[in-house]
Design a protein. Structure first.
Length: 92
């Protein structure tokens, strides 16, 4: 069994009206939500050196989040955790 450790040191949400305290809270809640997703759904098999069919590493795809303007911190954290989980899982 492998351990995966994630710490969100800096979280930047451009264009989101959130103060520093709220940002730290969202980062902490995102870590918790991501840990829960990994625990519930498991982790991916070990990553190969190249993800593409030709052995070349794929460029990361940008993630799109659709969060309502009135979303609370918990909603932001859940959505961010899903985006991060998909990035780890390669399931964009």
């Amino acid at each position: 069994m492998s351990n995966l450790w994630v710490e969100i040191e800096t979280l930047v949400l451009d264009g989101v009206p959130m103060n520093e305290v709220q940002g730290r809270r969202v980062a902490q809640m995102t870590e918790i939500a991501l840990a829960r997703l990994l625990e519930q759904r498991g982790t991916v098999p070990p990553m190969a050196s190249g993800d593409g069919e030709d052995g070349e590493a794929r460029s990361p795809s940008p993630a799109t989040m659709r969060v309502p303007a009135n979303a609370n911190e918990a909603r932001w954290a859940e959505e961010l955790a899903l985006v991060l989980y998909r990035a780890v899982d390669g399931a964009f």
